[in-house]
Design a protein around this ligand. Structure first.
Ligand SMILES: C[S@@+](CC[C@H](N)C(=O)[O-])C[C@H]1O[C@@H](n2cnc3c(N)ncnc32)[C@H](O)[C@@H]1O
Length: 308
């Protein structure tokens, strides 16, 4: 009862007063910790933390959304790149809805599928296109549908990399698909689901870093051919993101290459999870300039501004 009254009182206070109170409570708890105080303190910090996420979203939107980007495209080659962050209407949500969106088990939202179908239209034929982490190929199908609408992609293939190692703890949860034993090779499931677009793909099995059952696989490498678009969905830690960036970034084209990070927005998840380090990754690379952010899902896209 006492706790209920305290919580109700706290909810009625302004955020600023709550922050002050949180500091006062912190002093109190460190001096003489009671379980009730600790619980309230936790609740207060979670609330303040969440408010901060929303504030930072809004600041990014004000700073970066709705601009025309001067990239390296020759004028008139295609519509200019326009930034769009977390808007209610965006160039990708204005497209027709995807009728077979749920036909394949997958881990992406409907808006993300729409985004993949949209972004392929901006491909200009300057370099290769890569997907890291297709799982069963749901993202792959959307990516190909986007690219196939673009005449510049005619006769080209999407380079796809995955270790194809089943992790039951989180893969069993997603969609209606066969469930394999932990650490089983699931390459055959990917092949099954990409039937019909298989000739559009160059598929390699390999690891980016050691991770939960892939230790015996070889590390992926890259020929050095210029890369124009990368779709990245292979983990959230700084370690894995730094690893693929080391392999592929020497082949990125300044002012042209787009890096689509499927999981970028997970750094906003609250309560915080230690492996959601995508923001630390992009913060460590000022050459990555944000251009797009979906509203529903994890995708943020960055234009590579590295040195020529
Ligand atoms: C979140 S799932 C991708 C979901 C998929 N894009 C979709 O549309 O449903 C991540 C994928 O990355 C792969 N992966 C994770 N860590 C990896 C690593 N270190 N090396 C290679 N592949 C990895 C996993 O096997 C999995 O297929």
């Amino acid at each position: 009862m006492k706790r209920l009254i305290k919580t109700a009182l706290l909810r009625s206070l302004s955020l600023r007063t709550q922050v002050r109170l949180a500091y006062a409570l912190l002093n109190n708890v460190t001096a003489s910790a009671s379980r009730d105080d600790a619980h309230l303190l936790e609740w207060l910090f979670a609330k303040v933390d969440l408010q901060q996420v929303l504030l930072e979203d809004r600041i990014r939107q004000i700073k970066f959304s709705g601009r025309v980007i001067a990239d390296g495209a020759a004028p008139g080659v295609r519509p200019p790149l326009q930034t769009c962050l977390m808007e209610d209407t965006s160039p990708w949500t204005q497209q027709a809805r995807i009728s077979d969106a749920n036909a394949i088990p997958g881990m992406i939202s409907e808006e993300e599928g729409q985004y993949y179908e949209y972004i392929g239209r901006l491909y200009r034929g300057h370099g290769e296109v890569i997907e890291l982490g297709p799982w069963l190929g749901k993202s792959t199908r959307h990516i190909i549908r986007g690219l196939d609408k673009n005449p510049e992609f005619l006769g080209r293939q999407l380079h796809v990399f995955d270790d194809f190692v089943w992790r039951s703890s989180w893969m069993n949860r997603h969609g209606d698909c066969e469930q394999l034993p932990d650490h089983a090779d699931f390459h055959h499931l990917f092949e099954k689901y990409v039937h019909g677009i298989r000739q559009r793909l160059a598929v390699t099995r390999g690891k980016i870093v050691d991770y939960d059952g892939n230790e015996d696989l070889a590390q992926i490498d890259w020929s050095g051919a210029p890369i124009e678009i990368m779709y990245v969905d292979c983990g959230r830690t700084l370690q894995v993101n730094e690893a693929w960036y080391r392999i592929f970034s020497p082949s990125l084209i300044p002012d042209i290459s787009l890096l689509i990070m499927q999981d970028w927005r997970t750094h906003r998840e609250r309560p915080r999870l230690s492996y959601n380090e995508t923001h630390w990754f992009t913060a460590a690379h000022p050459e990555l300039e944000i251009v797009h952010e979906v509203k529903d899902g994890g995708i943020a896209t960055f234009l590579y501004r590295g040195k020529r």
